[in-house]
Design a protein around this ligand. Structure first.
Ligand code: DGT
Length: 213
């Protein structure tokens, strides 16, 4: 009987986020990337039409799943595991994504000053050898902000940093100056909780130590 050969695990990050790539790289993981180009608004609109309003955490997991499945649908070498992620910031029960414009970022920071919110990052892992076994988890981190001055808000908005970021802030960038404390995983605020990835890999029969560079 021929020995069954198991292809080595290969991690494919379905994300364009430089922050997520840095988290995986800093955690010593070997990985490749393929952007999903999922239409997040369309995915959300369909989910809400079919299942009603989604909570911020449900939104993050749904979009992470959509990104992972979109990338997993193309051809991949044996052993490929596709990880999709999505981050949503929740403030007073309302979900916020990227501000995109200075006007929205300014308004968002007027709300963030002195406030406490939750950054939810959805994680979805697809084993391309067994897509039906896909699974996911949300990691949530409480973020408390200092009160910030109008001059600080104007300078931060002018930096451009908040515009492409869920919640209009980065914890590992200029906005670090405005964050008083967090409760939960730090990297999760950047967009990827490596301990959640470890758990999802284990469920797929892969040890994270096997992915260390
Ligand atoms: N470096 C850094 N990035 C952050 C932080 N908070 C949010 N972000 C960024 C990471 C993601 O690029 C973006 C969240 O948007 P998404 O989850 O939709 O990911 P994005 O569209 O950037 O890429 P993807 O959809 O995964 O291809 O916000 C932070 O604290 N640090």
């Amino acid at each position: 009987m021929s020995e069954s050969t198991t292809a080595p695990a290969r991690l494919l990050l379905a994300s364009a986020s430089w922050g997520r790539k840095k988290v995986l790289s800093d955690a010593g993981l070997a990985f490749e990337t393929q952007v999903s180009n999922v239409d997040e608004d369309a995915v959300l609109a369909q989910a809400e039409a079919e299942h009603g309003p989604q909570t911020p955490a449900q939104t993050a997991l749904l979009l992470a799943k959509s990104k992972a499945l979109a990338v997993a649908a193309s051809d991949h070498p044996a052993g490929t595991l596709v990880l999709g992620c999505d981050s949503v910031f929740e403030l007073d029960g309302v979900a916020y994504g990227k501000p995109h414009t200075p006007e929205v970022a300014r308004e968002r920071w007027r709300q963030l000053s002195g406030a406490t919110g939750v950054l939810h990052s959805g994680h979805w892992l697809v084993d391309t050898a067994d897509p039906a076994s896909a699974r996911g988890r949300v990691s949530s981190t409480v973020v408390r902000f200092h009160k910030v001055s109008d001059a600080e808000i104007e300078a931060y908005v002018a930096s451009g940093e908040p515009l492409p970021c869920a919640g209009a802030f980065t914890i590992d960038g200029l906005a670090a100056a405005f964050i008083e404390s967090i409760e939960g995983n730090f990297q999760n605020v950047v967009g990827l909780d490596v301990s959640v990835l470890r758990s999802l890999l284990a469920q797929a029969g892969v040890q994270i130590i096997d992915l260390w560079k």
